[in-house]
Design a protein around this ligand. Structure first.
Ligand SMILES: *[C@@H]1O[C@H](CO)[C@@H](O)[C@H](O)[C@H]1NC(C)=O
Ligand SMILES: *[C@@H]1O[C@H](CO)[C@@H](O)[C@H](O)[C@H]1NC(C)=O
Ligand SMILES: *[C@@H]1O[C@H](CO)[C@@H](O)[C@H](O)[C@H]1NC(C)=O
Ligand SMILES: *[C@@H]1O[C@H](CO)[C@@H](O)[C@H](O)[C@H]1NC(C)=O
Ligand SMILES: *[C@@H]1O[C@H](CO)[C@@H](O)[C@H](O)[C@H]1NC(C)=O
Length: 228
């Protein structure tokens, strides 16, 4: 019995190592990808690039976080946070220094019942009509921030905020630009990867390895408890 136990221990250990490897693999930050797609679209239309503002990005994440229960069956976000929510909830939750709070001059919000790659999120969720395109291609914007979050098994939410603020001096994050760590989702300009507390997109390999691990653990425990 002991031999069997140590064998399954070894096996378990190797599985744990494998899971750790897979989990630590960098999946990038899809919010940054969307900023790049938007900037490429703007420069292709001879408009200036927008500066990625982590403070705006984090508030965009807070925005969708507050709308997480409001994705309609036709993939529209039916949610209207008040203007006060920005200064009273979103900014403090992010650690945006209030004296640097600028003017938000544009927003695009969307949801989808499944996860979409950044380029599809851009064309199918964020810029699916004339209104979205005119916000995106507005000449007067100078800063951008993108936030996204997913509920387990969907829906997924995306938000883009625009501002005409002075680059680098508006929406400044406290703690030397780090701000307050977010527990869920992703935002653009963040020096941290998408939060690991909850996976943003379901990666089948991880799920499979995890359920396999649980199965192995159960076997190990039943071996321990029921000596043969
Ligand atoms: C910019 O985005 C719009 C909306 O998706 C699209 O119709 C247009 O072709 C894009 N422009 C370029 C140059 O990619
Ligand atoms: C989506 O559904 C809402 C009601 O749930 C409706 O007001 C809205 O016009 C619909 N939007 C589209 C694009 O069909
Ligand atoms: C989300 O939808 C519910 C039900 O329609 C509504 O009561 C609530 O006010 C909405 N939330 C926001 C933040 O608008
Ligand atoms: C562009 O943004 C400015 C500032 O918010 C606004 O006044 C203007 O109407 C917008 N222009 C278009 C074409 O949407
Ligand atoms: C803003 O900060 C970035 C990075 O620190 C820097 O590269 C950029 O030149 C700054 N822009 C302005 C207008 O100060």
């Amino acid at each position: 019995m002991l031999k069997k136990l140590s064998c399954s221990c070894c096996f378990l250990l190797s599985q744990l190592l494998l899971a750790a490897l897979v989990c630590s693999k960098d999946h990038g930050n899809p919010a940054n990808d969307i900023v790049n797609i938007i900037n490429n679209n703007r420069t292709a239309h001879k408009l200036p690039k927008l500066t990625d503002s982590p403070g705006l990005g984090c508030m965009a994440l807070q925005y969708v976080e507050s709308c997480k229960s409001n994705c309609t069956s036709n993939n529209t976000v039916n949610c209207k946070p008040s203007e006060d929510d920005f200064t009273e909830i979103f900014a403090p939750n992010c650690g945006v220094e209030l004296p640097t709070f600028g003017t938000i001059t544009g927003r695009i919000v969307g949801c989808q019942h499944k996860y979409l790659e950044p380029s599809l999120a851009f064309s199918q969720v964020l810029v699916r009509d004339k209104r979205g395109l005119s916000v995106l291609q507005n000449k007067s914007h100078s800063e951008i921030g993108v936030g996204m979050v997913g509920v387990h098994k969907g829906p997924f939410f995306w938000c883009v905020l625009f501002s005409t603020g002075q680059t680098n001096s508006t929406f400044v994050l406290e703690n030397r630009g780090l701000g307050i760590k977010q527990r869920k989702g992703c935002y653009s300009g963040s020096s941290l990867p998408c939060s690991s507390g909850q996976k943003f997109a379901p990666y089948p390999s991880n799920v499979m390895i995890l359920s396999f691990l649980v199965y192995q653990l159960q076997r190990l425990f039943s071996n321990l408890l029921l000596p043969m």
